[in-house]
Unconditional design. Structure first.
Length: 408
C-alpha cells in the first residue's frame, strides 16, 4: 500500500477539535454538552449582511479578482481608516479565511527550514500552517502568573538564530485573551527593526478589547517593509463559516509574492465577499452591544473559575478566551473524562486542553482554554459542572481533599 507523505505524518491534530468524537458520543447518550472548547460565537450574524447576499443580483457566479473584489477592498480602506490604519486598496489581498492569510504570509516571506518566533501559548493551528509551509515554530514562553504578558526582549533575543525570519503575534491573543500594549508593541518594533525580521500580526479579535484600546502593528512607525497584518471577518461579525480574511502590508515585494499564491488558488469565496462588504456599512456603534455582552461573559467566567478551589484564571483583556490552571495533573485526560464518564444534572462541558497551545513540551499540562461564547446563564451552568467535576474526578487535588475529609 502506498504511504502518506512525511508532511501528512507531521501535520498536528487540532487540540480544539480532537475531543469532538467524545462530545458526539455524550450527546447520543442524552447528555447536554456546554461547548467552551471552540471560538464559535453564538452572537447573531448581522441580518443586513445576510440580506445583502440573498438579494445580490447576478446571472453568473463568476470568479472574483484573485486579490478579492475591488469594491470590497476599497470599502475595507474606510474600515481600517477608522482604526487609524492608513492603507490603499492595492495593499489588501482578500483570503479564504484568516487561515489562508497566515499560510500565505509564511509561504511568501519564509523558505523551508526557516524559523518564526511565537509567544506561547499560541493559536494551535499556527503549528499546522508552519508544517504546510515547511517552517519551524520557535516558542518563547509567557506565563499565567502575570496574565501572559509579552515575554522579555532577552527571551526573544535568545530564541533568534540565523534561520529566524519572523515574529508572529496574535493581538488580542488567542488563546490567552492578553491584549498587548502600545509599549509592548514598540518593544517588538525595536527588535524586528534591529534584526531585520518580519512582524506577522494576527488581529482577528481587534474589536473585542475590554481593558485599554487596541493598537495595531500597522500603526508602528518605520516598519512599512516589516509588518504583515493578518485579519478575518469570522469573529468580528460572527461569520466563521464565511471564510473571508485579508492579508495587508505596505511591502510591495511581499504583496507581489502573495499575489502569485492567490492566483494559484484562483479567488476567494464570492458570496462571503458580498457579506463582508455589507458589514463595513454597519453603524459605528454596532460592536458596542456585542462587546458589552462578551465583557459580561468574561466577568462571569473568570469570577466563577477563581472561586473554585485550586483554580486560577487571569482576567483576559480582549478576544473571548481565557486560560485557567486546574488542580489536575493532566488536563487532556480530565477533558476526555468530562465527556466520557461525568455528568452533573444531565450536563457536562467540553474544554480545550492547553498543552496543545504550547510549543514547549511539558508546558500547559494542567491548563485549559475556555471560550466564553455562550450566554451568561450557560456559563454559570457550565461552571457548576466544572466545580462538581473537580470534586469527583479521581485525579483532582480537590477530590483527594474531599476523600480525606470523608474518611476522617
Amino acid at each position: 500500500m502506498p504511504s502518506i507523505s512525511q508532511r501528512g505524518q507531521d501535520m498536528p491534530a487540532s487540540p480544539i477539535r480532537k475531543l469532538v468524537p467524545y462530545a458526539e458520543a455524550a450527546k447520543k447518550r442524552g447528555v447536554r454538552v456546554f461547548h467552551l472548547n471552540i471560538g464559535q460565537p453564538d452572537i447573531e450574524t448581522p441580518p443586513s449582511t445576510l440580506e445583502a447576499v440573498r438579494h445580490f443580483d447576478f446571472k453568473v457566479l463568476e470568479y472574483s479578482h484573485s486579490a478579492g473584489n475591488e469594491s470590497y477592498r476599497r470599502k475595507l480602506v474606510s474600515y481600517y481608516a477608522k482604526k487609524k490604519i492608513d492603507i490603499s486598496y492595492e495593499q489588501i489581498i482578500i483570503t479564504t479565511g484568516g487561515s489562508e492569510a497566515i499560510l500565505f504570509a509564511m509561504l511568501s516571506c519564509m523558505d523551508s527550514g526557516d524559523e518564526v518566533i511565537v509567544p506561547e501559548p499560541f493559536y494551535a493551528n499556527y503549528n499546522g500552517f508552519a508544517t504546510e509551509a515547511g517552517v519551524q515554530v520557535v516558542p518563547v514562553t509567557s506565563f499565567i502568573e502575570n496574565g501572559f504578558a509579552l515575554p522579555s526582549t532577552e527571551a526573544f533575543e535568545k530564541a533568534i538564530t540565523a534561520k529566524t525570519k519572523a515574529v508572529l503575534i496574535c493581538n488580542p491573543n488567542n488563546p490567552t485573551g492578553y491584549l498587548y500594549s502600545h509599549q509592548e508593541l514598540n518593544t517588538l518594533r525595536q527588535l524586528v527593526k534591529k534584526r531585520g525580521l518580519y512582524l506577522f500580526s494576527d488581529e482577528a479579535y481587534r474589536e473585542f478589547c475590554y481593558e485599554g484600546e487596541h493598537f495595531s502593528a500597522m500603526q508602528l512607525e518605520g516598519l512599512g517593509e516589516n509588518v504583515v497584518l493578518l485579519d478575518t471577518i469570522s469573529k468580528r461579525y460572527s461569520a466563521c463559516g464565511g471564510r473571508i480574511g485579508a492579508l495587508i502590508t505596505r511591502n510591495q515585494q511581499v504583496l507581489d509574492a502573495v499575489m502569485k499564491f492567490a492566483q494559484a488558488r484562483l479567488s476567494p469565496p464570492s458570496f462571503s465577499q458580498i457579506l463582508g462588504e455589507a458589514a463595513v456599512d454597519l453603524p459605528d456603534d454596532y460592536f458596542d452591544t456585542t462587546k458589552e455582552e462578551y465583557r459580561k461573559r468574561r466577568n462571569a467566567l473568570v469570577e466563577r473559575l477563581n472561586r473554585i478551589e485550586g483554580v486560577f484564571c487571569p482576567t483576559p483583556g480582549g478576544a473571548f478566551y481565557a486560560i485557567a490552571r486546574l488542580p489536575v495533573p493532566n488536563a487532556e485526560h480530565f477533558c476526555q473524562w468530562l465527556l466520557e464518564s461525568f455528568t452533573y444534572q444531565g450536563q457536562t462541558l467540553m474544554l480545550a486542553p492547553a498543552a496543545g497551545f504550547y510549543g514547549t513540551k511539558g508546558l500547559g499540562k494542567s491548563e485549559v482554554r475556555l471560550a466564553y461564547v455562550l450566554n451568561v446563564d450557560s456559563i454559570h451552568r457550565a461552571m457548576d459542572c466544572l466545580k462538581a467535576a473537580l470534586d469527583e474526578y479521581p485525579h483532582s487535588l480537590n477530590y483527594k481533599k474531599v476523600q480525606t475529609i470523608t474518611y476522617k
